[in-house]
Design a protein. Structure first.
Length: 286
């Protein structure tokens, strides 16, 4: 399997490795899968530590749910949620499955101020569901700090994206979207080695769109950047298999294995230990 590297804030490099796991640290009361479990900073930091011991290379800290029809969170509230957790996790040496290491910290936000304050607090990566469309000033933050950047496709804001999404060919249209955004990032001075591409499973997509993306994951590789996949426990598994939210772990592992075999290098997941087993098997057999 191809070895992947990802350059993050300060020019530091994650990898080379056959795969990366981004463990989800939601500091929210209303996320679709684990909302309310780690609202307090102390419990969120402990959760991040646990994910690192299970094999998460990246700890993705989020303070605003972006599930379909979720409510927006004010900047001050989002900052109050994420900054203490980022400070509690950033730069720390932790005991992982392969020995002591320092996981990278990602902030899951589309707001320029939250991104900037998080990077100042120690975050290395900005995971942006909006492709700098919800807050155009985020582009300036990316150009200034040059963090790792997850460029994700979404068809509209969370409160409207699932109303009536439509595509002729979802993969072609998302690739075209990425090409346009990459031109803007290049013009702004964001190095390409900082950027990974997330096709945005569940963000303005119906079941057939999500399945088309997963089936043709390898087509995104034509852009020459790592593919970041977030399918963990999402509602497509309900649509395909009629699974409730707490029944989707096995489907998530099957999807993770298939997309890894099709070239996805970075996997954002809730269950890190299971994903590490899955991805280790894929690596051993491909």
């Amino acid at each position: 399997m191809k070895q992947t590297v990802w350059t993050i804030k300060g020019g530091r490099v994650i990898g080379p490795a056959p795969f990366f796991i981004a463990g989800i640290v939601n500091v929210t009361p209303d996320s679709f899968y684990d909302g309310g479990r780690s609202v307090a900073a102390e419990s969120a930091v402990a959760h991040g530590e646990r994910l690192a011991t299970e094999g998460a290379h990246i700890l993705d800290v989020g303070g605003e749910s972006t599930r379909p029809y979720s409510d927006r969170v004010e900047t001050d509230q989002e900052l109050a949620r994420v900054i203490p957790v980022i400070r509690g996790l950033a730069g720390r040496t932790m005991a992982g499955p392969e020995g002591d290491f320092t996981p990278s910290v990602s902030v899951d936000t589309y707001k320029a101020e939250v991104a900037a304050r998080s990077l100042e607090a120690g975050a290395d990566i900005v995971n942006d569901v909006s492709a700098f469309e919800f807050d155009p000033e985020l582009l300036d933050v990316l150009a200034q700090y040059k963090p790792g950047y997850v460029l994700m496709h979404s068809l509209g804001r969370p409160e409207e994206m699932q109303d009536a999404p439509a595509y002729d060919d979802p993969v072609d249209e998302i690739i075209s979207f990425f090409e346009k955004k990459l031109m803007i990032l290049d013009k702004a001075g964001v190095p390409f080695d900082r950027i990974v591409l997330d096709p945005g499973i569940g963000f303005g997509k119906l079941l057939e769109h999500n399945l088309a993306i997963l089936a043709d994951t390898e087509r995104f590789l034509k852009l020459g950047l790592p593919v970041y996949m977030g399918l963990s426990n999402k509602s497509l598994w309900q649509g395909l298999l009629n699974l409730d939210v707490d029944e989707r772990q096995n489907a998530t592992q099957a999807g993770t294995a298939v997309t890894a075999m099709k070239g996805a290098a970075i996997h954002r997941v809730h269950e890190v230990a299971a994903a590490r087993q899955t991805l280790t098997i894929v690596h051993a057999l491909t």
